[in-house]
Design a protein. Structure first.
Ligand SMILES: Nc1ncnc2c1ncn2[C@@H]1O[C@H](COP(=O)(O)OP(=O)(O)OP(=O)(O)O)[C@@H](O)[C@H]1O
Ligand SMILES: [Mg+2]
Length: 197
């Protein structure tokens, strides 16, 4: 069994706590935050979402890969890549960057995100939970950013009445375009308002 310390906690989302793997700095362990259904199911949804993506694409460099479940003293966790900057620091989400770095170059950030969205659309990489808290910007030594999606459960969860986007590429592409537009809009709104909606 893996023992997790409070100091291993990287960050918390709505339904999961994300810990550094104590035995491997390149991995994280995600644990349900609380007993609610959404929290309990988040890891299995993410693993299923990951498996769907892996069936569609041989090699994806723009996501945090998942490796299955481990037992910890805080419950069963999902092991995934820990995304780090070239300096070794754990990469920050777009949301964190905008919220904590008042001097961040928003135009460059937007350009990076727009190029990333174009790549997802051109390669049919159907990632739907594209909010600024689910994408980290990995800082490279040359000063550029590489976006990496660190939350894949949106690919499995489909709340459409008739889930056409899960089966028909045309609808999936339309949904991806919509999600990309919403992502850009959110970044602008958050930046302009200076707080999180
Ligand atoms: N692979 C990773 N590498 C680095 N940091 C990560 C990674 N996965 C998660 N994190 C950090 O942990 C936070 C929460 O993770 P995650 O998005 O998986 O939780 P969640 O509760 O499922 O999210 P949501 O609020 O979108 O439902 C992220 O916003 C990010 O700061
Ligand atoms: Mg998330």
């Amino acid at each position: 069994m893996i023992s997790l310390e409070s100091s291993d906690l990287i960050s918390t989302g709505t339904v999961r706590d994300c810990y550094l793997h104590p035995n491997n700095p390149n991995l994280v362990i995600k644990l349900p935050a609380g007993e609610k259904r959404e929290a309990r199911l988040a890891n299995i949804r993410e693993l299923r979402g990951y498996q769907i993506l892996m069936r569609e694409h041989v090699d994806l460099f723009c996501i945090s890969h998942c490796y299955g479940f481990v037992t910890t003293d805080r419950g069963t966790g999902l092991v995934c890549d820990c995304i780090r900057d070239d300096t070794g620091a754990v990469s920050k989400t777009i949301r964190n960057i905008i919220a904590t770095e008042s001097e961040c170059d928003i135009r460059y950030n937007l350009q990076v995100v727009e190029e990333f969205c174009n790549l997802l659309i051109s390669k049919n990489i159907f990632l739907f939970d594209l909010n600024p808290g689910n994408i980290v910007l990995k800082r490279m030594d040359d000063g550029t950013y590489q976006p990496v999606v660190i939350d894949l459960k949106g690919r499995y969860e489909n709340h459409e009445f008739i889930p056409l986007s899960s089966h028909i590429a045309y609808f999936a592409r339309k949904k991806l375009r919509r999600r990309c537009d919403e992502l850009i809009d959110r970044i602008l709104v958050y930046r302009n308002k200076g707080f999180w909606l």
